[in-house]
Ligand binder design. Structure first.
Ligand code: GDP
Ligand code: ZN
Length: 299
């Protein structure tokens, strides 16, 4: 008996170890699963599927351009694969965490993914203060767009050129307005959610964590669950340093080649902080991530 031919598709939603795969070339959705304990698949992955009735078994993941993820202690959370940019949503209320923003920037740098910050809730008077908090990142070259998700027409006008024909991952802490933004950009997002859940079988409550939406202007927008932590255990010290280019540049002038920029004499990074050229909170986060990762390795 011959094996059925393999099909190819793209993962558009992940629910635990079950995946919705958009099949080439027609774009129909097939519910697929992986065998055994295999997880490690992400929305945006191109996969080969062996059809099994109406469903399918994922037998292979094609090589990725990139994979954006976080890792806390022993667990990795894969956000998306093969993305062109990360759209990081922040807001003045509830006050965004600079620590989480910087961590997402480090993960993006090591995955080779450019970041664009969306400062949402521009209608609130506290937005000016929030914009001020972001100035240090703007100085490092991170683009920032200030907008209000409550004005969907303006959101579309501001973001369409950025989104067109690209695969973008929308990421943010809970409460920043990510869902409201998504609904402004993908009006059918709510309806789609219902349709895909129905395709998974009635009566089963499914929480979908991450989902890829086609955009009217071409391109895709990947929605991910809000997060309150952002571990970077998967990064080597070298990767972490890549996330802090301003420290790496200064470090060229440190007296010792293996300077860790703590208390070493002749440390150009610390000198840069004293001159106000390097932000102390970024330096502190750099040290904290290295410490966390060193502690993680002991287990
Ligand atoms: P999520 O957790 O990031 O998905 O956030 P939501 O989209 O659910 O929004 C959280 C809250 O912020 C809701 O009450 C929204 O109505 C509100 N919100 C979202 N965008 C804006 C905005 O631009 N301005 C204001 N004032 N409130 C907003
Ligand atoms: Zn140093």
């Amino acid at each position: 008996m011959s094996e059925p031919a393999l099909l190819q598709g793209r993962i558009v939603a992940a629910h635990g170890r079950h995946y919705s795969v958009e099949m080439a070339p027609r774009g129909d959705i097939r519910q697929c699963y992986t065998r055994g304990k295999r997880s490690g698949l992400a929305v945006g992955d191109q996969v080969r599927v062996r059809p099994e009735g109406q469903e399918g078994l994922i037998v292979e993941v094609l090589p990725r351009r990139n994979l954006f993820y976080r890792s806390d202690a022993n667990r990795s959370k894969l956000f998306a694969a093969n993305i062109d940019q990360l759209l990081l949503v922040v807001a003045p209320e509830p006050e965004f965490s600079m620590d989480l923003v910087n961590r997402a920037l480090v993960a993006a740098a090591s995955a080779g993914v450019p970041v664009h910050i969306l400062l949402n809730k521009a209608d609130l008077p506290t937005v000016a203060q929030a914009r001020q908090r972001l100035q240090g990142l703007a100085d490092l070259g991170v683009p920032i767009t200030v907008l209000s998700a409550l004005d969907p027409a303006a959101v579309r006008r501001l973001l369409s050129p950025l989104l067109r024909n690209r695969s973008s991952l929308l990421l943010g802490q809970s409460g920043m307005g990510k869902s409201t933004l998504l609904n402004a950009l993908v009006p059918e997002a709510r309806a789609e959610t219902g349709a895909l859940s129905a395709a998974l079988g009635t009566g089963r409550h499914t929480t979908t964590h991450t989902r890829l939406h086609p955009l009217p202007q071409g391109g895709t927008l990947i929605d991910s669950p809000g997060f309150q932590a952002f571990g970077l255990q998967h990064l080597s010290a070298h990767d972490v340093a890549r996330g802090f280019p301003e420290l790496a540049a200064a470090a060229e002038e440190c007296r010792f080649a293996d300077c860790r920029h703590r208390h070493e004499p002749g440390c150009a990074v610390r000198a840069g902080i004293e001159r106000g050229e390097i932000q102390p909170d970024r330096h502190a986060l750099y040290l904290r991530i290295l410490e966390e990762n060193a502690a993680g390795e002991r287990y």
